[in-house]
Structures are given as structure tokens and as C-alpha cells.
Design a protein around this ligand. Sequence first.
Ligand SMILES: NC(=O)c1ccc[n+]([C@@H]2O[C@H](COP(=O)([O-])OP(=O)(O)OC[C@H]3O[C@@H](n4cnc5c(N)ncnc54)[C@H](OP(=O)(O)O)[C@@H]3O)[C@@H](O)[C@H]2O)c1
Length: 367
Amino acid sequence: MCISADIQTLMLTMLILLFIIGIVVCGFIFSKTTKGIPKSWFEWKTEFRYQYLGIVGLIHDARYASRDRVVLYKQPDRIAVITGGNRGIGLRIVEKLLACDMTVVMGVRDPRSAEVAVGGIVDLSQTKGKLICEQLDVGDLKSVRAFAERISQKYQKIDLLLNNAGIMFAPFKLTADGYESHFAINYLGHFMLTHLLLPKLRAAGQKGKNARIVNVSSCVNLIGRINYKDINGLKNYYPGTAYSQSKLAQILFTRHLQTLLDAEKAHVQVNVVHPGIVDTDLFEHSATTAVPFFKKIFFKTPERGSRTVVFAAIDPSIEGLGGTYLSNGGKGPFHADAKQPEKCEKLFQHSCDLLKIKQYGNGEYTL
Ligand SMILES: NC(=O)c1ccc[n+]([C@@H]2O[C@H](COP(=O)([O-])OP(=O)(O)OC[C@H]3O[C@@H](n4cnc5c(N)ncnc54)[C@H](OP(=O)(O)O)[C@@H]3O)[C@@H](O)[C@H]2O)c1
């Protein structure tokens, strides 16, 4: 039997179409923020938005790979404080800061294993940098206060504060203080920690050599929304929404804090970073865990993911450029709300009210 050329072409086109549809469907299934199936239009819409941002993010990482660099230089007199750092991007940030001969204070949930983790990639007997591991659960305000008190007593000044610790797409959970876990860990705990350590950062900053705060946010801030009516997402909890809210919050916080620091002419600057899409445990709750090879091929390594964060912390080219959102070693696109000072101030004030902070940055607390 002889099939005409037209039918052969049609069949071939159908096969190619089916193949493309198959790739798109698999791509969608294996890059969902959740291992489950979205249950409502709101959840589907959130997934589509994440997929779009994921693709745009991967393209941005590939396009600007050559710009994603940081020059490490010796600065043995500087003291850096980082939240997390025992794994993922944070571990590679610590490695770089130690290579600059800094004193690095890690705020971690398990100080002993954190030291072992750093010792696994840095020869601690040889490095001129100094490592100190202190207990900190950023999701627990009591622990944040105890950590800040301990290191404030130990050090006269702090040159760098890297608010790195975070969680993503976690199932709903309230912290002991009664806040949804993404909001508490990614944002509010760091907001409190920065308030408590600002006196020490002010003490470190000098004209031409600002002390620096770096908030590690994410490109998903672009789809974030601060839900003031239900900040804990009690009514309609979806992990992706909680994560993007917390990452937008970090940017609004950064922008307003820089305005305050400028007004008081403090030698402190605060920047916010998207580290790229990085192959770390952060994706543990997402469907991408089923396709580890995809992450290995397309995502940044944690070492690459740490570069723009360290760039924001030490690079002389951004001295005096606080309030900037950085991605792949340069400026990146961020949420329109963060360009409106009143929206930044609104969240800032809301957070001060929640934490009963009367004057932000004086290091005092009542709660
Ligand atoms: N990976 C990415 O593609 C990506 C993209 C954009 C932004 N980011 C941001 O980059 C930052 C680092 O993420 P990562 O990819 O390195 O994730 P990761 O490998 O999962 O590491 C998360 C870090 O945060 C710490 N942490 C979590 N909850 C904590 C708590 N309650 N108290 C103290 N430390 C806590 C973890 O410590 P434990 O070991 O104790 O849990 C760990 O050190 C996060 O803020 C994340 O949102 C990452």
C-alpha cells in the first residue's frame, strides 16, 4: 500500500506537534511548585506565573553568565554575619567571605554541623578567615533576640549582615510567635535581626566604606502581593503565594530602610539580591525533585548562586548605591510596588507595629 506524500507530511507534522505538546506538559508537571495537583483556578494561575518566571529566570541566568562575577579581595579587619550558611548558596557565601580573610559569624540552627559543613569545603586550619557558628532560628523571635544580644556583646562593630536563610513552598505552618513560616523566616525574623544589629552596623560604616546589609530575595518577588488582610494566608493558603509574598516583603523593606539610612546620613547601605535559579535543597517541596538531572543541567551551581550575593556585600563598584535590586552582577527587574515609597513604608510600618518597634534601628525591643 502506498501512502501519498501529503498524508506522510501530515503524519509527520502531527508527530512533531504531539512531541512538542508532550515536552510542554512534562515541563509543566515536573516544574510545579508543589508535588500535588493545583486544586483551584487561583492555584493553577499561580503555577503558570511561576513557570513563566522560571523560564525568564533561566534565560536571564544564561544570558548574563559572563557578568555574574565577584572579585574577592582581602579584608581581614571586617566582620560578617550571615543567617544560614550551613548548606546551599549560604555555604558558598561563607567560603568566599573566609577567602577574603574576614571573621564570619554564622547564625545557624545547628552550630556543630555547620562547622563540619564549612570544614568540608574550607581548610579551617589554614584559612586566615575566622569562623564562628552561633545558634539561631530566624523563625523564632526569641532566638533572634538571643543571637543578636550574644554577638552584640562580643563585637564592637559588624561590617556585613547577610540575610540569607530561607524556606520555599513549605506546607502551612505557624511559628511559635504565630506567623506563617515563610513570612516569619524569610522576612520578619530578618527584619527584627537587622533592627537589633543596626547600631553595630552604624559603628562599622565609614565615609567611602559603608557597612552593608544584603537581603537575599528572589525573582518571584515580581508575582508577590502583600496580603495585609490575611498576612498568614489562613483563608487561602498556597505555598507559592506565601513564598512570593515573603520575597516581595524583603524588597519593600530594603527600599524603605535605605530611605531611612539616607535621611540619617548613616554609612550603611542595604541591597537586595536575586541569586539566580540555583540547584539547592530549597526545591525539596517542589516537583523538580523528580528530575534532578534537569536541575544539574539548567540551574546554577550553589557556587555561582553565591556570586551576586557576595558582589552586593563587598564590591567597590556599588559603594553608595544602596536600595538596588541586583541579579547576575547587575541591576534586575523588580516589582512595581517597590518603586512606590508609600507602599514600601506601609509594609515597614506594619512590621514595626507587629514587632512593637518604636524606633527602627535603635536595637531596642519590648516584645
Ligand atoms: N535556590 C534558588 O534557586 C534560590 C532562588 C532565589 C532565591 N533564593 C534564596 O536564597 C536563599 C538561600 O537559599 P538556598 O537555595 O541556599 O536554600 P537551602 O539550600 O535550602 O538553604 C537554606 C538555608 O536556610 C537555613 N534556614 C532555613 N530555615 C531557617 C531557620 N528557621 N533558621 C535559621 N536558618 C534557617 C537553612 O538551615 P537548616 O539547614 O538549619 O535548615 C539553610 O542554611 C534563600 O533566602 C532563598 O529564598 C534561592
